[in-house]
Design a binder for this molecule. Structure first.
Ligand SMILES: Cc1cc2nc3c(=O)[nH]c(=O)nc-3n(C[C@H](O)[C@H](O)[C@H](O)COP(=O)(O)O)c2cc1C
Length: 321
């Protein structure tokens, strides 16, 4: 068993965070991650109304009594929700671990987190943002390197450099993600000084992941070269699966189309359709380079156990050398 500051702080069996994914990290999936001994993180952004979020939180509580977090989305949205109402529902429902992620620091929510004894985790893609979050009182920072699926930030720094740079820059525990799919990746970021590993893309090819089988099979076949960066022209760089829809976004960016047209082409509603219907080209899906390291579709529990067994063996072997 690997114990770290973060497993101790949160009461986790394994030093693994399961990345929150919009339209995927519903209560059942987040609970599957937590029940496997990792930190499940439920997404909240797909619930348009506070009452829908409340129902989801009730479901989440019925599915796991292990540590579980809920994400507050700070990314710009085509149709914004009233985020403060979502935060109030989370606090009202006794959520004790909140992850924030996005383009801004959650200044106005921090006093609420502190008043309610919430462990506040902030996810970002650069050391300077991690420093800001730490200075505002974050308990844990997650940093994601350029390999990662989803938002990559604007500096293009890989996990191998971003992780130690961030650890050197702040005094609170750092969790590292971007490109981690197996025990080798987990052992690597622990060796860099991270207190846990954050995994997103690899989770898409698990039995419990609520996306269409066509997508899971496509990810099994994909290589490390099958992702691309979009929306750099809008300062909203995302690493996504290289499909027709992503190519279309690049064409729109290159032809200097208007922002709304580009955002519409990359809209989350279209990825949701793909997850539900299995059409591979209708929309844009966040996917990291580790998609090329996926070789099977295990249950979340089997995957986490396998990853930790491999990480433990590596750590043992290195310390016996
Ligand atoms: C399909 C997918 C959807 C994602 N959606 C979100 C999201 O809504 N909000 C967010 O903060 N991160 C999102 N992420 C990022 C993950 O939470 C995590 O930070 C990232 O996947 C870790 O890097 P990896 O993909 O290399 O494992 C998403 C990632 C994927 C693959």
């Amino acid at each position: 068993m690997v114990k770290t500051k973060v497993t101790e702080m949160l009461g986790l069996e394994h030093p693994i965070f399961c990345g929150n994914m919009m339209n995927i990290s519903y209560p059942s999936f987040a609970a599957a991650c937590s029940n496997a001994g990792a930190l499940g993180i439920m997404a909240s952004v797909m619930y348009r109304k506070p009452e829908e979020l409340r129902e989801a939180l009730t479901e989440l509580k019925s599915l796991t009594n292990k540590p579980v977090a809920v994400n507050v989305n700070l990314f710009p949205m085509l149709k914004p929700i009233k985020q403060i109402d979502h935060v109030k529902v989370m606090l009202d429902e006794g959520v004790k671990i909140i992850e924030t992620s996005g383009h801004q620091a959650p200044d106005k929510y921090i006093p609420l987190f502190k008043d309610h004894n919430v462990t506040w985790i902030h996810k970002c893609a650069g050391t300077r943002y991690a420093q800001k979050a730490a200075s505002l009182g974050a308990d844990i920072v997650e940093v994601v390197g350029w390999e990662n699926g989803g938002a990559t930030g604007r500096y293009d720094i890989g996990t191998l450099v971003l992780t130690p740079a961030t650890i050197d820059a702040i005094d609170i525990p750092v969790v590292a993600g971007g490109g981690i799919s197996d025990g080798r990746g987990v052992a690597a970021v622990l060796a860099l000084g991270a207190q846990a590993a954050l995994i997103g893309t690899r989770l898409m090819a698990t039995q419990e992941c609520p996306i269409h089988e066509n997508l899971k099979q496509a990810f099994l076949k994909a290589s490390i070269y099958d992702t691309m960066i979009i929306m750099r022209s809008l300062n909203a760089t995302h690493r996504v699966w290289s499909n027709q829809a992503a190519q279309k976004v690049i064409e729109l960016e290159n032809s200097k189309s208007n922002q709304m047209e580009i955002f519409n082409a990359a809209a989350g509603a279209k990825s949701k359709m793909m997850y539900e219907e299995g059409n591979l080209d209708v929309g844009v899906v966040s996917v990291g380079q580790s998609v090329g390291l996926i070789h099977d579709i295990p249950s979340v529990k089997d995957m986490i156990e396998r990853i930790m067994k491999e990480a433990n063996t590596i750590i043992q072997n290195l310390s016996n050398k």
